[in-house]
Design a protein around this ligand. Structure first.
Ligand code: J2J
Length: 546
């Protein structure tokens, strides 16, 4: 039992009233929205999962499926407020499962397909999850074995549901049953799910998003991106990421009554035929992937002419690369600078070309409050760089069950310290100039150095370690681990260090790209490792010899 408001800090009453009065918070829930769309246009196609055999769901079918699955979850004791860790790739069952949980008011905890034992064990134990939903195998990895280990270590985890062959667990396909009188679902102001933060600390913080606030970010995004019932959106990034889910993402497109098509892999060889066959109009991706698509576009053998808009964000998109996208793919570009904690900025369809290629957009809402401050917390003059702080109708007021971290990450008056360094142009657009937070942005995948350092410190030969970002032409940044070995320890090879991280059960994208053995780190005055010093030392990427 925990105190409400401590689990999930919320907006002070006067803000909530203002956001309702302004019409941002419409008093809807995810479950209710799906029900309404199913009533309004039952036979329209909501969802296409083309892999390995094409399956489709009409709005009515998705709605019925969510009800039947919700009834099955309830029959197995999953109740309102319970947490369920959902780790599914881009498959139709992901959408079915989350809508079933929304309907009950149980909270999906969005894990990424790449997560492994360390991350999953933490999500399950920290959230006291009662269930965990996995694919049987994905990308060569057997998720059932991992689930068995995590279940053995967490007695509170009562169910493992598997999409596909269940092994020792329960097949998700066996769960649905006749929905006889579902209980009243959640209220619009209640938390709908827990999203993962990119993180700067040893473990990912969890982001509590309410129906009201997230639905506003969806319809606000839809208006900006021109999403409507004719939109056919391709989900190329892992669907559990906040960006492909909500900016405007698959949830935004479902809100508008459009069609969501799930792409099993993001490469042009997989995606381009789907664009042609499904007449895709819109998609979103991270900069490294946009580079690959831009290079492949001109010689594509498939007809990409249905594609009207590509959103690029998640990491800094270079101006040079941004200039090349529109001619290569013969569509419009929109830059998006968002965060799972809330604030999302878009360039606008009617912005001039220079603004679209040189800025990361402006906020969704007139009530997104933006402050740009210096190290002392004083507002900087217009046009100068500073730390971005924000507060608004869809930006959280605190992480889930993290009072101490919240005290550092939010100002007393509720602004979120994004950790990003930005400047604002005369038109109110933001340009991301850098980052003050200790995080590595590996082509849009966020790595908290501390998490990787903690794992490496457990190696018997390692005395100390510091993980930093180094510039990378393709990914923007890669990770480099500086390792100080213990006196007298056997020399290690970089490859052994990487293998150790992998075997400890961290997601592959967190395994250091480069490893370098050093005698000492640069230190600051207070004796703490200076990440800044390390970054400049690492300006030329170190040789890696595995
Ligand atoms: C530079 N840095 C960016 C950009 C995010 C839409 C789009 C992205 C995310 C996302 C998201 C950037 N240029 N265009 O949730 O809804 C970095 C910033 C930011 C952090 C947030 C969405 N777009 N970033 O990337 O929670 O450092 O969300 O604070 O994963 O990514 O990461 P995340």
């Amino acid at each position: 039992a925990t105190t409400p408001g401590v689990d999930a800090p919320t907006w002070p009453a006067e803000f909530a009233e203002r956001y309702r009065a302004a019409g941002y918070w419409r008093g809807e829930t995810f479950g209710g929205v799906l029900r309404e769309r199913a009533a309004a246009h039952p036979d329209r196609i909501a969802l296409v999962d083309p892999d390995p055999v094409r399956r489709t769901w009409t709005y009515r079918e998705l709605d019925e499926r969510a009800d039947r699955l919700a009834a099955g979850f309830l029959a197995r004791g999953i109740a309102k407020g319970d947490r369920v860790v959902v780790q599914l790739p881009n498959v139709g069952e992901l959408i079915e499962v989350v809508f079933a949980l929304f309907r009950i008011g149980a909270l999906p905890v969005y894990a990424l397909p790449a997560h492994r034992e360390t991350e999953i064990a933490h999500f399950c134990s920290f959230t006291e999850a009662v269930a965990y939903v996995v694919p049987d195998r994905h990308a060569g990895f057997d998720h059932r074995d991992l689930a068995a280990k995590v279940k053995a270590a967490n007695p509170g985890l009562r169910h493992v549901f598997v999409v596909g062959d269940p092994g020792e667990h329960t097949a998700l396909a066996e769960v649905p049953c006749e929905p006889a009188g579902l209980p009243a679902g959640p209220e619009p102001h209640e938390v709908a799910f827990l999203q993962l933060s990119g993180g700067t600390t040893g473990v990912s913080k969890l982001i509590p998003r309410t129906h009201d606030d997230y639905l506003y970010s969806l319809w606000g995004s839809n208006e900006i991106c021109g999403v409507d019932a004719d939109t056919r959106f391709l989900v190329v990034l892992p669907a559990a990421h906040n960006f492909p889910m909500s900016s405007p993402g698959w949830l935004g497109v479902l809100y508008a009554g459009g069609t969501v098509v799930l792409c099993p892999r993001p490469d042009p060889a997989t995606a381009f035929p789907l664009i042609e066959r499904e007449r895709i109009t819109m998609t979103g991706m991270v900069p490294p992937l946009a580079l690959v698509w831009t290079d492949a576009g001109p010689s594509a053998e498939h007809d990409l002419s249905s594609l009207r808009l590509v959103l690029v964000g998640g990491a800094k998109y270079s101006e040079e690369a941004a200039r090349r996208l529109e001619p290569a793919l013969n569509c419009r570009l929109m830059q998006v600078f968002g965060m799972a904690e809330g604030l999302v900025n878009y360039t606008r369809l009617d912005d001039d070309h220079e603004t679209i290629v040189t800025t990361q957009g402006r906020p969704i809402s007139p009530d997104d409050e933006i402050r740009i401050v210096d190290d002392a917390g004083q507002d900087v003059p217009d046009g100068a760089f500073g730390h971005l702080l924000t507060r608004g109708p869809y930006t959280i007021r605190g992480y889930w069950r993290a009072p101490e971290h919240n005290a550092r990450t939010f100002t007393e008056d509720g602004f979120y310290r994004t950790g990003d360094i930005v400047r604002r142009t005369a038109t109110g657009h933001l340009v991301v100039e850098g980052r003050a937070k200790d995080q590595i942005n590996r082509g849009g995948e966020k790595i908290a150095p501390e998490e990787v350092e903690n794992v490496l410190l457990a190696h018997p030969a390692v005395h100390d370690v510091s993980v930093v970002a180094v510039a990378d032409e393709y990914l923007g940044e890669r990770s480099l681990a500086y390792v100080i070995l213990r006196d007298g320890a056997e020399p290690l090879k970089p490859v052994a260090v990487k293998r150790f991280v992998r075997e400890r059960g961290l997601a592959a994208y967190k395994v250091p790209d480069l490893v370098e053995f050093v005698d000492a780190f640069p230190r600051t005055g207070v004796g703490k490792v200076s990440k800044k010093g390390l970054r400049s030392t690492a300006a030329t990427p170190a040789a890696d010899t595995d």
